[in-house]
Design a protein around this ligand. Structure first.
Ligand code: SAM
Length: 196
């Protein structure tokens, strides 16, 4: 998965592709400008109109940005309709994902909206609540993927919360791991939580 030329998001997408199948239900917990949402849509959309991406962002502007990015990148309107967008805090994901939908992946790309207001960032308390919610809705065999940026103020506090959550998961039902470039100390860190 990892080579020096790959961006952290590409590494995350490569990991997702090894888990996500056509027809799956997945959650993008931080839509931002929609790059991850699009990557997920391509992974789940099948010819029978199955597959769902529930996209969440706390900022209306991010939801609008994701929506227009998808309009530009995906010609097929039926395929675009597989994405359901919600301007809410990701700690409330259980309110919008149907109870009977087995969720294969919940993806977090933490920090601020690129090109947006850099003071509106994900924060440890709601990230922790969202991770708890994600762990409840995830189906067996599914994955929680968290990309944590440590270069901005507050990034390391958030990493601490994510790592503490990851290490508290029971070993009989979860495998938690961390992917970090050891020769680039401020590179984003990918935390992967696999539910057995
Ligand atoms: N995945 C995005 C993409 O592909 O463009 C980038 C995401 S960006 C690094 C982080 C996003 O998290 C921002 O758009 C921000 O508005 C959002 N965010 C911050 N706090 C949030 C919260 N409590 N619930 C949901 N989204 C939140």
């Amino acid at each position: 998965f990892v080579t020096g030329k790959r961006k952290a998001t590409e590494v995350a997408h490569a990991v997702w592709r090894s888990i996500v199948r056509k027809g799956d239900t997945v959650v993008d917990a931080t839509c931002g400008n929609g790059n991850d949402t699009l990557a997920l849509l391509k992974m789940v959309a099948d010819e029978r109109g199955q597959g769902r991406v529930y996209g969440i962002d706390i900022q209306d502007s991010a939801i609008e940005s994701t929506s227009s990015f998808l309009k530009m990148a995906v010609d097929d309107e039926h395929q675009r309709e597989l994405v359901k967008l919600f301007a809410i805090c990701h700690s409330r994901m259980e309110d919008i994902v149907p109870k009977d939908a087995p969720v294969r992946l919940v993806a977090f790309n933490l920090g601020y909206l690129p090109g947006g207001d850099k003071t509106l960032i994900t924060v440890p308390r709601t990230t922790e609540l969202a991770l708890e919610a994600a762990s409840r809705i995830l189906s067996s065999g599914g994955l929680i993927s968290i990309l944590v940026y440590i270069g901005h103020e507050g990034g390391r506090d958030e990493l601490e919360v994510v790592e503490s959550f990851a290490s508290s998961l029971p070993i009989d039902t979860w495998a938690s791991c961390k992917l970090q470039m050891v020769n680039r100390p401020v590179a984003p860190i990918l935390i992967l939580l696999n539910k057995k």
